[in-house]
Design a protein around this ligand. Structure first.
Ligand code: MG
Length: 175
């Protein structure tokens, strides 16, 4: 098993939507970023890369590279999914916290979980998305941007059970 953590933050700029978990959400501002500025996917990618011991998203997708200008961050997540396969790891679960005074995630959460699960070839029950405000404190509290934390747990494919084993395989082995 391996654990990883990721954090990302982007400032707001004039615009009409933000992208979170691959979902375009209407908002009174946009996000200042080289890519689509999806803090959920950026934090998640960093958590996955961290768990694999493969550095961070900036090393894999430098923001100096014009290929990633306005990139859909699901491309980054799919790259991380490929690295998981190559290293024979599977996602046990991911827990993500969005920090923003606005917008509210509300009904978008289900689609965010579905997008992430699809890209990581798993099921939405393994992806949790939480949201909190900063209670008006600091830059995030003043609504100057938004941020996300992600924690992931990976299991090596040798264990072969996606974390579903609740001791049952031991019984099977004994027969
Ligand atoms: Mg970012």
């Amino acid at each position: 098993m391996r654990i990883g953590h990721g954090y990302d933050v982007h400032a707001f700029e004039p615009g009409d939507h933000v992208t979170l978990g691959g979902v375009r959400i209407a908002h009174t501002q946009g996000v200042k970023a080289h890519s689509d500025g999806d803090v959920v996917l950026h934090a998640l990618c960093d958590a996955l890369l961290g768990a694999l011991g493969l550095g961070d998203i900036g090393q894999h997708f430098p923001d100096s590279d014009p290929r990633w200008k306005d990139a859909n961050s699901r491309v980054f997540l799919c790259h991380c999914a490929q690295l998981l396969r190559e290293h024979h790891y599977r996602l046990v679960n991911a827990d993500i916290t969005v920090l923003a005074e606005a917008p509210r995630l509300g009904t978008h959460r289900a689609q965010m979980r579905a997008n992430i699960a699809a890209d990581l070839e798993t099921t939405p029950d393994r992806i949790n998305i939480k949201a909190t405000t900063s209670e008006g404190l600091g830059a995030l509290g003043r609504g100057e941007g938004l941020a996300a934390h992600a924690v992931v747990l990976l299991a090596h494919a040798e264990n072969g059970n996606h974390g579903h084993d609740h001791g049952r395989s031991h019984h099977r082995r004994g027969r």
